[in-house]
Design a protein around this ligand. Structure first.
Ligand SMILES: Nc1ncnc2c1ncn2[C@@H]1O[C@H](COP(=O)(O)OP(=O)(O)OP(=O)(O)O)[C@@H](O)[C@H]1O
Length: 612
């Protein structure tokens, strides 16, 4: 991962990547834009030349034939129509082009994120900053680069058209205009680099600002914010972040305005000097009145084209610097060491093993697992217990290969996880995570997402819901399984119809998440991390009764703090501070009088009648 401090550079490759993306998204529009840019660049030159010819004929001796004058006037009118209409046509085409580019750029960006096999990158704050800027860059950069390039083309046509005329009238003026453009270009490019760097530096502030804004408007924190009266505190913090952003942007804007004003004054001085020379030249008989009109048009045209061109190039430069973040995401290597020729994952016949597994989330983090040896034999249920932070969910994340162990290895029927096809491996696993998702979708979809092939298979979805005990609750909903479990997407017309979206209770959501993994019934390994944490005592007993039936003959890893629910597991493993403290059957562990026995008795005592 490129560090935030490394200097970002615009390379020809980067320009080709951005412009290529814009071209591929809409080739016909790109070609039409290029042709129109040439016409738009030539039009001011045509107007200047035609005006000179008309003026020279009007003030010159005789004036020439009227038909020629009328012809010139018609030519001027046509050029005027082009000047008036071209910007609108170009704006429409650019908007259409932008829409297509955004679709393509976002599709590529989100596909790249989806290709990341692990969780490591997504948890990395620097990568998250890249992502935020990349998302914006996907929307603006390719089109800014492409349209900047076209504006440059248009400017070059205008400058080339006028430069010849100007060179005939006053070659020094051409040199002066070119010289004046050099500091402008340098200053604009420096500003664009500073703006892009500022954006990168401010991304953590921006993220905190979004975080507080989301907290204040979202539903997740609404209860605590109201009860603990956190609105003021979070609101103040959000405003402080916004003020910090504003302060930095204001400083940048001031620098910008000073530089721009300085450049405008320099431009005006050059144009003024040219005008004085032209007037004196007419007085001295070296120029005609028509020459002065085209001189003025040429100076204004060249200055306008150069300054627009430079500022669009500077915009494109800034957009390209942002586009480096987009490229960074698109070209980021996988966060897992994937084999070039992965082995197919066979149906589990032996078991899954962790061999001397050491793990920490990064070099800066402490060890979470320290030499864990654990086997989940095929067809058996292994329960994993331990205090908070012992590393249980981390074992789950290794088994599903969201991370690779820092040392040691995991094996599927003896094959090292690192040699396996990761998608196939996950396809053989069903899991309910401790922090399962509640999707703002219909009840049926919330279950069907467990296996998208079955998204429309009502029978299988209902079976899974019955197995997790949520079927009755779902059929009682206003639209049964089709009921939306959110009100977020209600159409404006349906906003007042409560049946269009229903919110479930925590325990019902938990059963729904379980149904999602039960839909993966045929999978080889079932992982249940705290499957009954949100359930009441009756529901918990009912669920574990169901789970017993479902686990029969299936390879299962079950994690639970309620030891009563795992006592009938084939094997119980107690994890403490990242090492296996003890293991065995429930009876063996009770007899061993160790940590498990102490925890079990502690929990059992809570259910004893209080002595009177
Ligand atoms: N993404 C992460 N980045 C850094 N540290 C993490 C991350 N996830 C977990 N940890 C740390 O790893 C340790 C083990 O966490 P883990 O979630 O595996 O524990 P657990 O046994 O499942 O706990 P609980 O019973 O509370 O669910 C904790 O100290 C936790 O802070």
């Amino acid at each position: 991962m490129t560090s935030g401090k490394s200097r970002r550079r615009v390379t020809p490759r980067l320009i080709v990547a951005a412009a290529g993306l814009a071209y591929r998204a809409a080739p016909a529009t790109a070609v039409a834009q290029a042709l129109l840019a040439i016409v738009a660049g030539a039009t001011p030159v045509a107007v200047g030349v035609l005006t000179k010819l008309v003026v020279d004929r009007l003030v010159g001796p005789g004036g020439g034939p009227v038909a020629t004058l009328i012809g010139l006037a018609i030519g001027l009118a046509v050029a005027g129509v082009a000047v008036a209409t071209l910007p609108h046509v170009l704006r429409y085409l650019e908007a259409e082009w932008r829409r297509r580019v955004v679709v393509r750029a976002q599709a590529d960006l989100y596909a790249a994120i989806d290709r990341l096999p692990g969780l490591g990158r997504l948890e990395n704050p620097a990568f998250r900053d890249h992502l935020n800027i990349a998302d914006e860059a996907a929307r603006y950069s390719p089109i800014a680069v492409a349209s900047g390039g076209l504006d440059l083309l248009r400017g070059v046509v205008t400058v080339a058209g006028f430069a010849g005329t100007l060179a005939l009238l006053n070659p020094w003026m051409v040199g002066l205009l070119v010289l004046a453009a050099i500091p402008t270009a340098k200053a604009e490019l420096r500003l664009s680099r500073q703006r892009a760097e500022l954006m990168w530096q401010l991304s953590p502030t921006q993220r905190r600002h979004f975080f507080y804004a989301d907290l204040l408007t979202g539903l997740a924190a609404a209860k605590e914010i109201r009860l603990f009266n956190l609105g003021d505190l979070f609101g103040q913090r959000m405003i402080n972040e916004l003020r910090a952003l504003n302060k930095a942007n204001r400083r940048m804007d001031r620098k910008d305005v000073l530089v721009q004003a300085g450049l405008a004054v320099a431009g005006a001085v050059v144009a003024g000097a040219g005008l004085v020379w032209a007037i004196l030249a007419v007085r001295g008989g070296r120029l005609s009145v028509g020459d002065v009109t085209i001189f003025i048009a040429a100076v204004a045209g060249v200055q306008g084209a150069v300054s627009t061109g430079i500022s669009r190039v500077a915009d494109a430069h800034e957009a390209l610097l942002r586009f480096t973040h987009y490229r960074e995401v698109l070209t980021t290597p996988p966060d897992l060491d994937l084999p070039t020729d992965p082995a197919p994952v066979p149906p589990l016949s032996g078991g899954v093993e962790l061999r001397d597994v050491w793990f920490r989330y990064s070099d800066e983090h402490p060890w979470v697992l320290r030499g864990v040896d654990l086997t989940i034999p095929q067809g058996r249920t292994v329960a994993l217990v331990g205090l908070n932070g012992a590393g249980k969910s981390t074992v789950v994340k290794l088994l599903t290969r969201f991370y690779d162990p820092t040392r040691g290895s995991l094996h599927w029927d003896g094959i090292d996880y690192r040699q396996l096809d990761v998608a196939q491996l996950r396809d053989r696993i069903g899991a309910t995570f401790q922090d399962f998702m509640s999707y703002d979708l219909s009840a049926a979809e919330n279950i069907g997402l467990g296996d998208t092939d079955l998204l429309d298979d009502t029978e299988r979805i209902v079976t899974a819901a019955r197995q997790s005990g949520v079927h009755d609750a779902l059929t009682a909903l206003p639209h049964g399984y089709a009921t939306q479990l959110t009100r977020t997407f209600a159409d404006p017309a349906d906003r007042d119809d409560v049946s269009t979206g229903v919110l479930l209770s925590g325990g019902q959501w938990q059963r729904l998440a379980l149904a999602r993994s039960f839909l993966r019934a045929g999978r080889d390994l079932l992982i249940l991390d705290e499957p009954s944490a949100g359930l009441d005592a009756e529901a918990e007993a009912d669920l574990h009764q169901r789970l017993r039936g479902l686990r029969e003959g299936r390879t299962t890893l079950l994690i639970s703090h309620r030891l009563g629910t795992i006592r009938d597991a084939d094997h119980i493993v107690v994890l403490r501070d990242g090492v296996i403290a003890e293991q065995g059957s429930h009876d063996e562990l009770l007899a061993a009088q160790g940590a498990y026995a102490r925890l079990f008795r502690l929990q059992a005592a809570g259910y004893q009648p209080v002595p009177s």
